[in-house]
Design a protein around this ligand. Structure first.
Ligand code: NCD
Length: 308
């Protein structure tokens, strides 16, 4: 039995295979409509979510399966003091696979150690968000045609943004990747990402404050929201929250083929006028996420031989 805690749980070859499967699902939806007949996914969300939870649920429904779960800690027995370990033992009796989001880093890992069904980390605190990463990789590969030889700008809250941490972890394994890390001083990537991931893998990167200065260098710009819920005080958040606002003027500095991604939700960091720019692909990214999660569910449940 396999779990997914970090994008590194899959080798590059396994990820390529998953993305090939996601591409095939997009092209031939009907082949996959009954692969998960009779299977259930439990979505255990102890933290708010719109996209990720609905994306998992849509993915399972598209595969013919069904869905159980809860969407906040308050509506589950966590409010009565039940531990994650006990909850997963119980959920293992009800469902075939589970996706868990939790404010505490490592909580899905604790669940996986007690689980008799595959557990997918759907975001743990400021740590990792591997299924957003497979979504991002699938989007990039589908729209750029490659995951190598790319200069990628990551902009916003690089300190608390778990999507950024997972994406860097995943992309350092491809050839010819370089990063431009754009953030206020206070929101730079954590040391472990800089030292143990970027420097250790000899991946070229620079850390800058100005977005305008680097726009013209980028193949991709990955915007992120300032993660209000992870700040220790509200004043600090208010000071940081509008550090970057991508608008049409900034877009005019970018290459014709630069793509803008965002894991969403957006707050203020992308002006709505950018939405109509053909380079803005964050809503298409949402659709790619469903195919990527369908592929992941099939693989973790070992159902590839069920595809007609
Ligand atoms: C992200 C998350 O939860 O980390 N959202 C998502 O899953 N698409 C990004 C965010 O909340 O800023």
């Amino acid at each position: 039995m396999r779990h997914l805690m970090s994008p590194l749980d899959f080798t590059v070859e396994e990820l390529d295979h998953l993305l090939d499967l996601a591409t095939d699902i997009e092209k031939h939806r009907e082949k996959y409509a009954h692969v998960c007949d009779g299977k259930k996914i439990a979505t255990l969300f102890y933290e708010p979510s719109t996209r990720t939870r609905l994306s998992f649920e849509t993915a399972m429904l598209n595969l013919g399966g069904s869905v159980i779960g809860f969407s906040s800690a308050d509506s589950s027995s966590a409010a009565k003091g039940e531990s994650v370990s006990d909850t997963i033992r119980m959920v293992s009796c009800y469902a075939d696979i589970c996706a868990m989001r939790h404010p505490k880093e490592g909580a899905p890992m604790v669940a996986a150690s007690k689980s008799s069904i595959p557990v997918i980390n759907a975001g743990d605190g400021g740590h990792q968000h591997p299924t957003q990463t497979i979504t991002d990789l699938h989007t990039i590969r589908s729209l750029k045609g490659r995951l190598s030889d790319l200069t990628i700008g990551l902009c916003g809250d690089l300190k608390f943004g778990r999507t950024v941490h997972s994406l860097i972890n995943a992309l350092v394994r491809y050839e010819g990747i370089s990063f431009v890390l754009i953030s206020p001083e206070e929101l730079r990537v954590p040391d472990y990402i800089r030292e143990d991931v970027l420097q250790k893998n000899h991946v070229p990167f620079k850390e800058v404050v100005s977005l305008d200065e680097v726009m013209g260098e980028l193949d991709l710009l990955y915007m992120t929201r300032v993660q209000r819920e992870r700040f220790f005080n509200e004043e600090e958040y208010i000071r940081m929250k509008d550090s970057y606002i991508l608008d049409a003027k900034k877009m005019s500095l970018a290459r014709e083929d630069m793509l803008v991604l965002h894991p969403l939700p957006r707050v203020n960091e992308i002006s709505v006028e950018v939405d109509d720019d053909p380079r803005a692909v964050y809503f298409r990214q949402v659709q790619y996420g469903v195919y990527a999660r369908m592929a992941l569910i099939i693989i973790l449940l070992g159902l590839e031989d069920k595809v007609c």
